[in-house]
Ligand binder design. Structure first.
Ligand code: ATP
Ligand code: MG
Length: 261
């Protein structure tokens, strides 16, 4: 599904481990290359990434989907080509854009019931939107299911996040197993977050069972930004952004600017 050009990173892990903070800091890292076109996708219905990026959400993919389902169920005859054209247009108009950053919120999880054609087309449209960017950062819901259904097929890199807990590590192992059977990504790696020093990290890294990208310390600036609802894009340079940059390098996200269609 991926056009082989965009670098699509999905950030996954147990609830509360720091996925949204890390997704926002990844966005911060990529937009610093002025020539890079970056898309942030908030796949969490709670739209936490929007807040961490200082963006207001006006329309979600779910809103678009619901409008379309309303039209289809009200008896309007729309063929597949019309539906695609409409969705393409709607999706681009739902993007919140700021300089070299665009933002798309997915909205609520899919309702049960067979809107299979709509869901299928939506997935294609999201993939085609993503193909227009050099870097795409997806902030997943705690589990993998929702990401799996809608955007996972486009993913090139899995950024697994865990805190120091056994539960956190178990969850990323499960996510990786699901991903290994569901998608063809290029690389996956684990970031330990909120770690209290090198010793703790060394102990954890022996038990992880997944390639490790690095670790981020417990950091007051991240905590305070969240408490005050401030954007992590404004995080000053320092040890945490540096550590994240080194994680990105270890993951092997390659610089292919200007290649996106
Ligand atoms: N390295 C860090 N240092 C200090 N606080 C952190 C760090 N990383 C995340 N936090 C804080 O931990 C809390 C949870 O982080 P975040 O919202 O990023 O997690 P999440 O995995 O996205 O959670 P959810 O599963 O609820 O979406 C937030 O208050 C955030 O500010
Ligand atoms: Mg979150």
């Amino acid at each position: 599904m991926n056009n082989g050009k965009s670098q699509v990173l999905a950030v996954c892990g147990k609830g509360g481990v720091g996925k949204t903070s890390i997704a926002a800091m990844l966005v911060r890292h990529f937009i610093r290359q002025p020539e890079a076109r970056v898309l942030a996708i908030d796949a969490d219905p709670a739209v936490g990434l929007a807040t961490s990026l200082g963006i207001d959400v006006t329309r979600t993919v779910d809103d678009i989907r619901n409008d379309l389902i309303r039209q289809v169920t009200s008896g309007a005859t729309i063929d597949k080509a019309q539906m695609l054209a409409m969705l393409d247009y709607e999706m681009f108009s739902a993007l919140e854009e700021r300089d070299n950053l665009a933002f798309l919120a997915i909205g609520r999880p899919e309702k049960e019931g067979c809107y299979c054609q709509v869901n299928h087309i939506l997935k294609d449209v999201i993939a085609s939107v993503a193909g227009n960017f050099d870097y795409v950062v997806i902030d997943g819901e705690a589990g993998i299911e929702q990401v799996n259904r809608r955007v996972m097929e486009t993913v090139t890199h899995l950024v697994l996040v865990s805190d120091a807990s056994v539960k956190g590590i178990n969850v990323v192992n499960t996510i990786k197993q699901v991903a290994d059977t569901a998608i063809e990504y290029e690389a996956a790696g684990l970031i330990f977050n909120r770690i209290r020093g090198k010793e703790e990290y060394n102990r954890l890294s022996n038990a992880a069972g997944i390639d490790i990208l690095g670790w981020l310390p417990e950091d007051d600036q991240i905590r305070t930004a969240d408490m005050e609802g401030k954007s992590l894009l404004d995080l000053p340079d320092g040890p945490v952004p540096d550590a994240l940059e080194s994680c990105v390098a270890t993951l092997g996200v390659t610089h292919r600017l200007g290649c996106a269609s």
